[in-house]
Design a binder for this molecule. Structure first.
Ligand code: HEC
Length: 470
């Protein structure tokens, strides 16, 4: 694919990668490789007595299952030893993930990150990427008011409104947030009947003491630059608050009289399978916070009645399909195994019993990637791209993108476009890669796509809009 003329570079360059992506290709699995495989396949996996495992050339069918089987069973004729008995299935699974990681690193090295052009050519459109506004700190989420103003959250607790050229805020009187680790002020969502009810929803991390915090949701109204009429929508019982600083989840989605949101596992992975706990779950409430009596576990006395689905590691993308009304979710996997799921009532999405990832230190979690009573992701990324906000496109400006799912990646800095047919994902295009972190993607009332990019240094954030070039 030829490149368009590079008009100029956006000010996003030069900062170093300091994220989970850095850890790929390292850790315990790298030692297992070193001891068992490097002598033949090369320390860099680039070949020796055995072939290169990272050049994209395979003798076997390069599915994950076939690669695992090649390692397990070997090939006596070709001189590939069998590792069954020497290595556990979990170790073999982690080697498969390592091979994918090293393959990606090799591809990146061969073709360094492109500069984030103002003009990029994609399969269906040439895009111009235009800066809307830039601010200090980490912007987390954005939504649009009916008049086209952008409302956006800053992780440190500030809520802002961008009204064409004026910046209103920080809005006074918003809740005090625990801005710590991955927590802070998170999602903002405008109620679909905002014109008549003026409700704005915020999700954030509430701290109850110096140590402990948990995901919470309130709604309120903005009048004359102030946050007023606040009502509680979701607060977990205090016993579920913890000092873990990660996996808070949340995006707020409205459907009919309901609202959906997710909470991450709060760093306690096994609790994602425990329906007596709110973490690692997708929840459904009425938009005023009451719990629907027909929720899947509402009649189970042991269960948290707001739970809609479970077994979710850290859901940070949640949207409704504009046509089917189905709920789609993006969740962060560990090292490998970021997922896109179609969320349905009562289902178990498997974390941490099944996963396509391994631990950050390269030790295995499990070799099991599927189980009959657990849902498979509709799509997954190994290595992880660190999925963040997602959005379906329903406008007319990019008519060829109608009902495609757009997915931002934090560590990868990529914006992905997924095509979906009959609830199956049929393609995954990387529209572009930046050197920074794509935090959110939202369709604007003007039919353009808006993205938030956080700098890797976390010092500033920029909102861009993508428009088609004639
Ligand atoms: C004694 C040398 C030797 C060792 C040790 C060894 N391999 Fe191999 N491996 C080979 C040879 C030879 C082949 C078959 C021909 C080829 O692809 O080079 C092979 C094939 C493979 C293939 C299939 C490649 C393809 O293109 O289809 C994979 C995957 C693989 N090895 C992974 C591993 C892993 C992972 C380890 C360590 C756990 C390992 N090998 C250890 C020699 C070795």
């Amino acid at each position: 694919m030829t490149k368009l003329l590079i008009a100029s570079l956006l000010p996003l360059l030069s900062l170093t990668h300091v994220t989970a992506q850095n850890r790929i290709g390292t850790g315990k699995v790298a030692e297992i490789y070193e001891v068992n495989c490097a002598s033949c396949h090369g320390r860099l996996l680039d070949g020796g007595q055995g072939s290169s495992l990272i050049d994209g050339q395979w003798t076997i069918e390069p599915t994950e299952a076939a690669i695992a089987d090649a390692i397990r069973s070997g090939n006596e004729t070709l001189g590939m030893p069998a590792f069954e008995g020497t290595l556990s299935d979990e170790d073999i699974r982690s080697l498969v993930i390592l091979i994918h990681e090293k393959e990606l690193l090799a591809q990146r090295e061969a073709k360094p990150d492109p500069e984030f052009d103002k003009l990029v050519q994609t399969e269906l459109y040439d895009l111009e990427i235009q800066e809307v506004t830039s601010m200090t700190g980490t912007l987390w989420s954005l939504d649009f008011l009916p008049n086209g103003d952008i409302i956006t959250t800053q992780k440190n607790g500030n809520l802002w409104i961008h009204s064409s050229d004026t910046l209103i805020g920080p809005i006074l009187g918003t809740p005090t947030v625990k801005d710590n680790g991955q927590g802070g002020l998170l999602d903002v969502a405008i109620h679909p009947d905002y014109e008549s009810n003026k409700w704005i929803y915020l999700s954030y991390v509430e701290g109850i003491n110096d140590e402990d915090g948990m995901t919470a949701i309130v709604r309120g109204k903005v009048e004359n630059g102030e946050w007023v009429d606040q009502e509680s929508i979701y607060f977990a019982e205090k016993s579920f608050y913890t000092n873990r600083r990660h996996h808070f989840g949340t995006r707020i989605v409205f459907k009919d009289e309901y609202l959906f949101f997710g909470i991450g596992d709060r760093g306690q992975q096994d609790q994602a399978q425990d329906i007596s706990r709110p973490n690692g779950k997708i929840h459904r409430l009425y938009a005023d916070g009451r719990i629907p009596e027909n929720n899947p576990f509402a009649k189970n006395k042991e269960a948290i009645p707001s739970i809609w689905a479970y077994g979710n590691r850290n859901p940070q993308g949640l949207v409704l399909h504009p046509e089917t009304g189905n709920l789609w979710e993006a969740e962060h996997g560990p090292r490998g195994g970021d997922e896109i799921n179609l969320i349905e009532a009562g289902n178990n999405y498997g974390w941490p019993v099944i996963t396509y990832g391994m631990n950050y230190n390269g030790s295995p979690i499990t070799d099991i990637v599927e189980k009959p009573d657990m849902e498979q992701p509709k799509h997954y990324w190994t290595p992880s791209i660190a999925v963040s906000g997602i959005s379906f496109y329903s406008g007319n400006t990019f008519s060829k993108w109608k009902h495609n799912l757009f997915v931002g990646g934090l560590s990868a800095g990529e914006l992905h476009r997924l095509e979906i047919h009959d609830n199956e994902i049929t393609s995954d295009e990387i529209l572009f890669r930046t050197r920074d972190r794509i935090r959110d993607v939202v369709e604007g009332p003007d039919g353009l796509l808006y993205i938030i990019i956080n700098s890797r240094s976390r010092t500033d954030s920029t909102i861009y809009k993508l428009r088609p070039v004639e």
